[in-house]
Design a protein around this ligand. Structure first.
Ligand SMILES: *[C@@H]1O[C@H](CO)[C@@H](O)[C@H](O)[C@H]1NC(C)=O
Ligand SMILES: *[C@@H]1O[C@H](CO)[C@@H](O)[C@H](O)[C@H]1NC(C)=O
Length: 426
């Protein structure tokens, strides 16, 4: 009797197990056939039959669907001349994307939907990058997330560039886009009180400011109540749900481009920079006003680094493994602070869908600009590596400059007061 009981219990158990097993199988298959959620930023696949980069298979129809955000992408020969075609992973990805573009295929990437973009598995990466496991952990993390090009928004300012009561014109002349991190309250406040103050400047030029934030690591104290207070009070925070880290700055830049095209599309110029620089806003505005129309429409200016190569020491912040990228960097404007024309934002954003993400944001902008055939222009007023030691206290030196890296919040306040002092004779 007891045996029969045990036996039937076992049969019941096995049946239940089989039912469960088949139902999960079914879930698996229905999941993989489920149409992807409709997302305007969905990217098509990098899959290419004559390619030397192995990718996961994807649905063929996504190759032909036109992308709403990408207009007439074409890539200048200059980019192909600067960046060699070789065995490094990024270089292969670039040339694969260029071949697809030449064939008229949608240039976008596989698995780019935020919830699925990190599915690129370790095995696949190890097949493509022989020494992948020797990369620093953060770099491995970057490579795994390279297809993640659009993060969910946490704090937005959809009305930032919309005309408010009593404001004469809608046009934002200059938008300060300042890379910050959640904890940098003091730096942001120093910027607001000084060079990043929003409002109407000389000759009715409207200046607006946004701070670009990712999210703090999960183990860090939760700053979100403070940030939402700050965002309400000042109306100048933009935050997205990705980890704010050095290697995610390209993602941050891309989110900012998306945001600006949507919420501030008519801006004349954008200043992109760090939250620990000093900017001489009146000098900056005078410079922008002095530009001819043709120059203003192609503006990409700052401290230009024209002959840089990747740094190969793994202990350096900007380390780039040889098997990841092999070649020189195109000329680029240092990310501490540079200016770009508003009309270049859409072309930059469009072409960024062809150029794989690169872990260094200012180099990445240089690559995208190169792809557009736009060269960065050097301006003496941008000192992203700071001025000579003995000039650091000299207000007259600062009065003639546009940007100086790097200054603490009290220094920023002192400099700002100083260059505006009526007693300053230079
Ligand atoms: C300013 O822009 C907003 C939204 O883009 C628009 O609704 C409004 O009509 C514009 N106002 C003027 C004066 O152009
Ligand atoms: C970038 O952000 C994503 C999303 O939060 C995170 O998973 C990833 O680790 C970050 N990458 C790096 C290199 O910090």
């Amino acid at each position: 009797m007891r045996r029969i009981h045990t036996f039937s219990a076992m049969v019941l158990f096995v049946t239940l197990f089989l039912i469960f097993f088949y139902s999960t199988l079914h879930l698996e298959t229905t999941y993989s056939h489920r149409p992807e959620p409709e997302d305007p930023l969905k990217h098509a696949s990098l899959q290419d039959h004559d390619s030397d980069v192995k990718t996961e298979t994807s649905k063929p129809e996504s190759l032909t669907r036109p992308h709403p955000d990408v207009h007439n992408v074409s890539v200048s020969d200059g980019l192909r001349q600067t960046i060699p075609q070789n065995q490094a992973y990024w270089n292969r990805l670039l040339y694969l994307a260029l071949r697809n573009l030449d064939k008229g295929k949608n240039p976008l990437r596989l698995n780019s939907h935020w919830s699925r973009c990190r599915e690129m598995n370790q095995e696949l990466l190890q097949t493509n990058v022989h020494d992948f496991t020797s990369y620093p952990v953060l770099f491995q993390d970057f490579v795994q997330g390279m297809n993640c090009r659009s993060a969910p928004e946490l704090i937005n300012q959809p009305n930032k560039c919309i005309l408010r009561e009593g404001e004469g014109t809608n046009q934002t002349f200059l938008l300060f886009a300042i890379k910050s991190t959640p904890g940098n309250f003091e730096r942001r406040q120093a910027v607001r009180e000084t060079w990043g103050r929003e409002g109407m400047y000389q000759r009715g030029l409207r200046v607006r400011t946004v701070f670009l934030l990712g999210n703090s690591p999960l183990d860090d104290p939760d700053l979100s109540p403070l940030l939402s207070f700050e965002a309400k009070h000042f109306g100048d925070l933009l935050q997205w749900d990705f980890q704010d880290s050095l290697l995610n700055l390209t993602l941050k830049m891309n989110m900012f481009l998306q945001w600006t095209l949507k919420h501030c599309p008519h801006v004349s110029f954008v200043f992109s920079g760090d939250d620990d620089v000093f900017v001489n806003t009146p000098a900056l505005l005078s410079y922008l006003q002095s530009l001819t129309a043709s120059k203003a429409s192609q503006l990409y200016v700052g401290h230009v680094i024209s002959t840089a190569n990747p740094l190969r020491d793994p202990n350096i912040k900007y380390y780039i493994p040889l098997s990841f990228y092999d070649g020189p960097y195109p000329a680029y404007a240092g990310g501490g602070g540079f200016l770009i024309s508003g009309v270049l934002l859409q072309p930059l954003y469009s072409v960024s869908h062809v150029i794989p993400f690169f872990p260094i944001d200012d180099v990445y902008i240089g690559m995208c600009a190169k792809a557009l055939g736009v060269s960065p222009e050097a301006h003496e007023g941008f000192q992203t590596f700071d001025v000579k030691e003995h000039d650091r206290g000299n207000l007259c030196v600062h009065k003639d400059l546009i940007l100086i890296h790097q200054r603490s919040p009290p220094q920023v306040k002192r400099l700002w007061k100083g260059i505006h002092s009526p007693f300053l004779t230079c």
